[in-house]
Design a protein around this ligand. Structure first.
Ligand SMILES: [Fe+2]
Length: 249
């Protein structure tokens, strides 16, 4: 009998990145719903992840029209084009994480659309209505250790976002040594790709393409970056950090 399970993209990343954890441990990381798997764990398809809140939930920091166009046109567009690119390149059934590891071998249509699908999923999950909080617990301690303080981390991340030339992303990642780092990528690249200057597992992502902010902020990207801090869902970021540590990133 074939059963269908749905896994989050981050749960699947951990599943694929961790070879030593038990199945029982691994299944605890899983949440709905990025990949569709069969009973053996084989990927049978890709879902378009639901927006975790209403279009107007991020107001006033990010307006409703921007969220609706960004999610329903841009993000969905990457998803649709990724499905076509995956089919054309015989990648159906391959995880995004495995594709990213060898992204330099694939055409731009795979690179741009697989990145766009993955990056935006993380971006939406990173945010929640009017949080305005700070990280706590082990993540807060790790940020203090690596950056000196939360404010210094925030400044470094904001500078990465504000200074990114053209379109791209700012990231908080955990690298292969288990250390936190801030980095940025161009276009729809991400730190899981073999072409990335600084590699690691993304914990927090900020989209600085103009489509993410231009309707409300026009050319004032720094104002959008500052507003982003009022939306960060630190519970979600912290959960990713703890899972990545647990599975020995
Ligand atoms: Fe975007």
């Amino acid at each position: 009998m074939k059963s269908t399970l749905k896994y989050s993209f981050f749960g699947m990343a951990l599943l694929l990145l961790s070879s030593s954890a038990s199945i029982a441990q691994k299944t605890q990381t899983l949440q709905p719903s990025f990949y569709t798997l069969d009973a053996t764990g084989k990927i049978t398809g890709y879902n378009f992840p639901a927006l975790p809140y209403a279009y107007n939930a991020l107001q006033p920091a990010i307006d409703s029209l921007t969220v609706s166009i960004h999610y329903d046109k841009h993000h969905r567009g990457y998803y649709t084009k990724f499905l076509a690119a995956a089919k054309e390149n015989n990648l159906e059934g391959t995880s995004l994480e495995d594709i990213f590891k060898q992204i330099s071998k694939y055409p731009d249509a795979v690179r741009n659309n697989a990145g766009g699908l993955y990056n935006h999923t993380l971006y939406w999950e990173n945010m929640a209505p009017a949080r305005g909080s700070k990280p706590t617990g082990e993540l807060a301690a790790a940020i203090d250790l690596e950056f000196g303080s939360f404010d210094k981390f925030r400044e470094q991340f904001s500078n990465a976002a504000k200074s990114k030339f053209g379109s791209g992303w700012a990231w908080l990642i955990i690298d292969n040594q288990g250390k936190l780092a801030v980095t940025s990528t161009s276009n729809q690249d991400n730190p899981l790709m073999d072409v990335a200057e600084k590699k690691g597992l993304p914990l927090l992502a900020l989209d600085v393409w103009e489509h993410a902010y231009y309707l409300k902020y026009q050319n004032k990207r720094p104002d959008y970056v500052e507003a982003f801090w009022s939306l960060v869902n630190w519970d979600e970021v912290s959960k990713r950090y703890m899972l990545s540590k647990r599975f020995g990133k």
